[in-house]
Design a protein around this ligand. Structure first.
Ligand SMILES: Nc1ncnc2c1ncn2[C@@H]1O[C@H](COP(=O)(O)OP(=O)(O)OP(=O)(O)O)[C@@H](O)[C@H]1O
Length: 335
């Protein structure tokens, strides 16, 4: 059953173009030249209840514009979206109870209030009954470990603590859908890991549907099964990550340790296999060599045979391309 329906969603912005100089400013004041920018162009997709969907695309692709329409901040130029039977931009007051929103780049918490007071205010805003509030706080504390800083003013929290606090705030009213925009931005690896585990736990235990927008592709790899990718306002991919790996994962990585690092010069993959441009990349730090190659142009067996036939290695293995590599290529080259 789908919880989120997005049908032919389109958003155009009108932009006034000003000619340079004072003359241009006066001219555009009386006779403005308007250009129409299509930020989102006829996008349709559906999200079942309980899914963690990765919503990705390069800078300027139109992600924020879609999220703003899904959260009711913007009204589409045409098309429609519906979340749990409600149209976000039609009855925002009622609709906000259905969703939680976290923007990694800015906080929705009150800077000078202690976190506990902030939650007490949100409890009133969302009209969460006392008993339910207690249960929610116990659950959120267990998942996000809030107790150690719940009495501190928000301005004193570390970035990782603030992110945990923000996620808890967005989940206080038990929304059906959680929008997470860059939830791990700027965090160190350990804290990123904690945040990802918390998101997984919330999703698993509460069945919350999550729409995750991120430029950190390991968030996607670790949290999502499915991705929707947009570029220049158009939907370019909607499918399982495994399918994407199968379809575009022709890159393989050959890693080995050389017994004598000077022997690397004996290997010339480019010339031997006519591999150029994006089909070959070589990293060699003197100990470990990493050769990324297009396995549709040269087979893994041939690469192994050539390498082992020319140099002595102490360890060798071949890895599939990870999803980061694939998506990086798709952003660069298009689908
Ligand atoms: N209010 C606006 N007025 C005019 N153009 C806009 C407006 N908001 C967004 N745009 C344009 O729409 C396009 C999509 O922008 P959007 O912010 O949705 O992209 P994004 O995928 O979220 O990018 P990023 O990853 O950089 O945040 C861009 O070309 C942007 O300049």
């Amino acid at each position: 059953m789908f919880l989120i329906h997005i049908e032919n969603l389109k958003k155009e912005f009108k932009k006034t173009i000003k000619e340079p100089g004072l003359k241009g400013s006066i001219k555009s004041l009386f006779n403005p030249k308007v250009e129409v920018v299509t930020a989102v162009n006829d996008i349709s997709f559906h999200v079942p209840k309980g899914e963690i969907l990765g919503f990705i695309g390069p800078n300027g692709a139109g992600k924020s514009t879609v999220i703003k329409m899904l959260t009711g901040i913007l009204t589409p130029t045409s098309g429609r979206c519906e979340i749990n039977g409600q149209v976000p931009y039609e009855n925002r007051k009622k609709y906000v109870k259905e969703i939680g929103v976290v923007f990694g780049q800015r906080t929705q918490l009150w800077w000078d209030l202690a976190l506990r007071e902030t939650y007490a205010v949100l409890k009133e805003i969302y009209q969460v009954p006392d008993k339910e509030y207690k249960e929610r706080m116990a659950f959120l504390n267990e998942v996000l470990d809030l107790d150690s800083f719940i009495t501190s003013p928000v301005r004193t929290l570390s970035l990782g603590q603030r992110m945990r606090a923000d996620i808890a705030a967005s989940m206080l009213h038990n929304p059906k859908v959680l929008f997470l925009d860059e939830p791990t931005i700027g965090l160190d690896v350990v804290v990123k890991d904690n945040i990802r585990k918390a998101i997984q736990k919330i999703n698993a235990e509460e069945g919350t549907t999550v729409i995750l927008t991120t430029h950190d592709l390991s968030d996607i790899e670790l949290l999502c099964n499915r991705i929707v990718m947009i570029d220049k306002g158009n939907l370019v991919y909607d499918g399982q990550i495994n399918e994407l790996k199968h379809k575009y994962g022709q890159m393989r990585e050959l890693c080995f340790e050389l017994k004598d690092s000077s022997h690397m010069s004996k290997l010339n993959y480019a010339e031997k296999f006519s591999l150029y441009g994006d089909d070959l990349s070589i990293e060699n730090d003197g100990v470990l060599a990493k050769i990324r190659f297009n396995s549709q142009k040269v087979s893994v067996q041939d690469m192994l045979k050539y390498t082992l036939g020319n140099v002595n290695v102490s360890d060798i293995n071949v890895k599939d391309a990870d999803i980061e590599e694939i998506i990086r290529r798709l952003y660069k080259e298009g689908v």
